[in-house]
Ligand binder design. Structure first.
Ligand SMILES: Nc1ncnc2c1ncn2[C@@H]1O[C@H](COP(=O)(O)OP(=O)(O)OP(=O)(O)O)[C@@H](O)[C@H]1O
Length: 597
């Protein structure tokens, strides 16, 4: 018989005001993860909790935090000055803010006549400094701190903050917090806390944290794994659509215009691609080519915190159909109850993120649908790959309802402002970098990517001059001088709308023209990426390089002979190894020559 999920049957007592809060929020029954975790974490146990997305993990740690705080007397006037009781760490500002809001929601039901319980949000923003945080902390005396690792660390290292009374710490999205990006800060924070504290780790994909979880200082933790046969909730259906890369934009527009949804999240691979496509699709909307009542939002990690929070709030509260264009900054934890469609233009570089992205819909037993586009060719292998991870995808066939002359509309729009041309190239190059980072590299093979099809999806006018393209795309695919439009664009007369930028560009152009020295011209062209290729210069360059290599080789050979007195054959072997190694290094796809994401 299945365990009762009535709150009355919870295996521990909870404060009456917390029960009132639960009832007022309309949570009629517990979710399985709450039923299992609340008694353990409110008691004396450390917990490692894994349960599918949208299954109510937040409340499964918020209630125990509040219970412990009261039990340990942190809600009393005697609680020591400059101390706090609980710490909740989250990987993103949005998620930290969301958790803080949940705590605040509970605290609305806390009796007024008792010593107040307060929580403080600690995330990096341009509008408030760590000093401001310290002032708030000193003035308001919060017992609960919620924040992101970097800001929390800065805060906790200040002498005005005492960590020795901390009784509980939660790592939400723990596998993320223990990965390479965060683990140093997180471990430093954990080391600052008393050993006697309770620790809770929560995630839908905690297994990925592996042995890292032992570095969190837990004592005999209890593992709570609430999993069905699938790694995704049963209310969520996940489908894939096989598409040729050049048709991806048409497919996205077909879905946005014809699919029924209330709120949709579209995941793009990089920040720059969010900015770029958000601008273009808004332009199409102005032209009447995207549903009129559809409201578009954009959110990524390079925007200021204030604007990120505002966007998320507006998207959440918007009453008409809406779409959020975003990156993985909004992949984990974000809880927007009305999201009923998630679209991934490309699978994420890590399959755990796939589960988190899909999990923005189909939450708390609501029906949701997640769609992922797979480039035709070898990406279909992602389906059986995910099956091994208990994620089952069904194919969906969507008939394109093409926007007429979309490509020429795209190009016309880009040609209105050179800044858009820059964005198109940067988005494309950033995508290359992204693609080369796929952990499932046998499926997402950089070498076999459809470089031209993807360039068309990004609306490129001309292929950027990248060694990776010449190396991996077959020569007959690459159009003359890399141009994807005919006739080619006169780049010298392609202006920025921004007056300052244009002035600077014209000046640069003038300076460039004045450079008569061949060598200077050559390096300048390389840097500016002005020409697809300058065959004469490159031939000469090659000959020069070959001569220089011959001299170098001779010098190395002579040196090795002198030093070791070895036979010529062995020296030649050494030399060949050196060359092989350097070739190997050169052939690593996508090296650091790209703009950062
Ligand atoms: N007992 C409950 N009954 C009904 N709804 C609930 C209950 N507990 C939580 N919820 C709702 O379920 C939704 C998802 O909860 P929450 O964000 O905590 O999920 P999660 O497990 O942390 O998901 P993720 O892994 O994506 O972070 C929220 O909107 C929350 O209000």
């Amino acid at each position: 018989m299945s365990k009762s999920l009535s709150w009355d049957d919870l295996k521990c007592d909870i404060q009456p005001w917390i029960r009132t809060a639960i009832d007022s929020m309309g949570f009629e029954t517990m979710t399985p993860v709450q039923a299992s975790t609340i008694p353990l974490f409110s008691g004396n146990k450390d917990v490692v909790v894994e349960s599918v997305t949208g299954s109510g993990k937040t409340i499964a740690f918020v209630i125990p935090i509040l219970e412990r705080l009261i039990k340990e007397g942190a809600n009393s006037a005697n609680f020591k000055k400059s101390h706090f009781h609980s710490l909740i760490i989250s990987p993103t500002r949005e998620l930290a803010s969301q958790i803080h809001n949940v705590i605040e929601e509970f605290l609305k039901y806390y009796p007024d006549d008792l010593y107040p319980i307060r929580s403080q949000l600690l995330v990096g923003t341009s509008s408030s400094s760590v000093r401001d945080d310290i002032n708030n902390f000193t003035d308001n005396k919060p017992q609960i701190l919620v924040g992101t690792p970097g800001r929390l660390l800065d805060f906790l290292q200040k002498t005005n903050v005492k960590t020795s009374s901390c009784g509980a710490v939660v790592l939400d999205e723990a596998d993320k917090l223990l990965d390479l990006n965060f683990h140093k800060d997180v471990e430093t924070i954990l080391k600052m806390l008393p050993k006697q504290r309770r620790t809770g780790l929560f995630s839908a994909t905690i297994e990925s944290a592996g042995t890292q979880i032992f570095k969190t200082g837990m004592r005999n933790p209890v593992k709570v794994a609430v999993k069905s046969h699938s790694s995704a909730p049963s209310s969520l259906s996940i489908n894939y659509i096989v598409v040729s890369p050049k048709d991806k934009l048409q497919l996205l527009l077909t879905l946005l215009n014809n699919y029924r949804f209330k709120k949709c999240i579209v995941y793009f691979p990089t920040c720059i691609s969010v900015t770029y496509f958000y601008a273009f699709i808004n332009h199409l909307k102005e032209q009447g080519l995207v549903k009129d009542d559809l409201k578009l939002f954009s959110l990524h990690g390079k925007l200021q915190t204030g604007s990120r929070m505002k966007t998320l709030d507006s998207f959440t509260s918007n009453l008409t159909d809406s779409v959020l264009f975003t990156t993985d900054v909004a992949a984990r934890g974000i809880d927007i109850p009305d999201v009923d469609l998630v679209i991934q233009l490309d699978p994420p570089t890590d399959s755990d993120i796939f589960i988190h992205r899909c999990g923005r819909t189909g939450r708390a037993n609501k029906i949701g649908k997640a769609l992922v586009f797979l480039n035709e060719g070898r990406e279909e292998d992602y389906v059986p790959f995910l099956e091994v991870k208990n994620v089952v995808l069904e194919e969906e066939v969507v008939e394109l309802k093409p926007v007429d002359n979309l490509m020429s509309k795209f190009h016309e729009w880009i040609l209105q402002d050179r800044a858009r041309f820059d964005h198109s190239v940067r988005s494309y190059v950033a995508f290359m970098k992204y693609y080369s980072k796929h952990t499932a590299s046998s499926i997402f093979r950089f070498q076999t990517m459809d470089f031209i099809g993807i360039a068309k999806f990004y609306g490129l006018l001309r292929l950027p001059r990248m060694p990776e393209i010449t190396r991996y795309a077959s020569a007959d695919q690459i159009p003359d001088e890399g141009w994807l439009v005919s006739p080619p664009v006169d780049l010298d007369n392609f202006a920025y709308v921004d007056k300052q930028k244009e002035k600077a560009r014209l000046q640069e152009l003038k300076d460039l023209k004045q450079l008569n020295d061949k060598k200077k011209l050559k390096s300048q062209l390389k840097k500016k990426n002005m020409a697809w290729s300058d065959k004469t210069l490159s031939k000469e360059g090659k000959a020069e390089r070959r001569a220089a290599m011959a001299v170098k080789r001779k010098a190395i050979e002579e040196k090795l002979l002198q030093e070791d007195g070895e036979s010529e054959g062995e020296v030649e072997q050494d030399w060949k190894d050196l060359v092989r190694q350097s070739k190997k290094k050169k052939h690593n796809p996508v090296q650091g020559s790209f703009d950062d994401l």
